[in-house]
Design a protein around this ligand. Structure first.
Ligand code: FES
Length: 200
């Protein structure tokens, strides 16, 4: 009996390790855009994972709609056009209800973002410290406008309203890294660094 239990535990541990290893690979696989992992960590074709299968596990749960939308965004990188229709049907809501939730939260987006997201503070302290000129420089540097993604898909530029760095304005965030007393050179270096980290 003891031997059977030990074997069972060892097999379970091995399976769990396997799943964890594959889940750790997930970010690279999302970027790779050719495959993704299903809920048990198996590689499957991206198209095999339907919106229904992503949304359904959240139906009937408290806060399920937001969790479902987040899951879709995590899996696809953005909320595809048919998200509203599928979510409305599964949650028994109107499309307008789902649309209202999507548009209320700034973190939900309807188009794919660049590999790095530059969030530039557009609130007063940063504006007073040269935020407008910095915005123009960044737009020139990456050949885009505020709210857009560069043609290469490397960078998205978004406004944010205070990053809590008002005393070190102007401030920006590159993905999850804050940049105080930001200037174009610091932003370019941070974007380059983020690129290197993704590649490693
Ligand atoms: S106003 Fe820009 S960080 Fe606060």
């Amino acid at each position: 009996m003891r031997t059977i239990c030990t074997r069972f535990l060892s097999r379970t541990r091995k399976n769990m390790q396997n799943v964890l290893t594959r889940l750790n690979e997930a970010p690279r696989l999302w970027r790779d855009d050719r495959c993704m992992l299903n809920s048990v960590g198996e590689r499957v074709g991206r198209k095999d994972v339907t919106l229904e299968s992503i949304i359904e596990p959240h139906v009937g749960r408290i806060g399920g709609l937001i969790a479902a939308l987040r899951a879709v965004q995590e899996a696809r990188g953005f909320l595809p056009e048919d998200t509203e229709a599928v979510a409305a049907e599964l949650f028994n809501l109107s499309r307008a209800d789902v649309k209202g939730v999507i548009s209320f939260y700034a973190d939900f987006h309807r188009a794919p973002k660049g590999d790095s997201v530059i969030r530039l503070c557009a609130a007063e302290a940063c504006q007073a410290a040269g935020g407008r000129a910095l915005k123009a420089e960044i737009e020139r540097m990456f050949a885009l406008q505020m709210g857009e993604t560069s043609a290469s898909g490397d960078v998205t530029l978004e406004p944010v309203y205070c990053l809590g760095l008002c005393s070190c304005a102007p401030a920006a965030a590159i993905d999850d890294k804050l940049v105080a007393r930001a200037d174009a050179a610091k932003i370019a270096r941070a974007v380059e660094q983020a690129k290197k980290e993704r590649a490693s």
